[in-house]
Design a protein around this ligand. Structure first.
Ligand SMILES: NC(=O)c1ccc[n+]([C@@H]2O[C@H](COP(=O)([O-])OP(=O)(O)OC[C@H]3O[C@@H](n4cnc5c(N)ncnc54)[C@H](OP(=O)(O)O)[C@@H]3O)[C@@H](O)[C@H]2O)c1
Length: 114
């Protein structure tokens, strides 16, 4: 995985990301969901995370309408570093990719994200 979206990242830089494998942590709503839309439109393959996939209705709708295999939904809670390490290992194992660069959206109100 080569790229990652982070809240506040330079929009022009994000717009140059095309045809990559992108992880959007916190992709179920808000800024993260917008980034998922945007990355898909530019031909990227996206892994979008949520703490509860079953409750991520908008992400599921988007997955249903996205080109085949271009959007994967993955469960992740970044509040625990062990969770993040285990998730990254699972993702690496399942995709065969050697590394994952992770930035994230969202988090507790007023704390600027998890
Ligand atoms: N909106 C703005 O105008 C604005 C402006 C400046 C900065 N920000 C900052 O940008 C970030 C995103 O804002 P937003 O408005 O898009 O927020 P939001 O609509 O509340 O979305 C938050 C996202 O973060 C995920 N999330 C929350 N806690 C998480 C955790 N512990 N582990 C993993 N994922 C978690 C949520 O996924 P699930 O609930 O599905 O797990 C959801 O996808 C926030 O940190 C906010 O402070 C926002």
């Amino acid at each position: 995985m080569a790229q990652l979206a982070a809240a506040g990242a330079n929009a022009a830089a994000l717009n140059r990301i095309c045809g990559k494998n992108v992880v959007v942590v916190g992709g179920s709503r808000g800024i993260g969901l917008g980034l998922v839309h945007s990355f898909l439109e530019r031909g990227n393959t996206v892994v979008a995370t949520t703490r509860k996939a079953a409750a991520a209705g908008k992400l599921q709708e988007l997955q249903a309408s996205a080109p085949a295999d271009r959007l994967a939904i993955s469960e992740l809670d970044v509040s625990c570093s062990t969770n993040v390490a285990n998730w990254a290992q699972r993702l690496s194992d399942s995709t065969g990719l050697r590394h994952v660069d992770v930035g994230h959206q969202g988090g507790p109100e007023g704390r600027g994200g998890p």
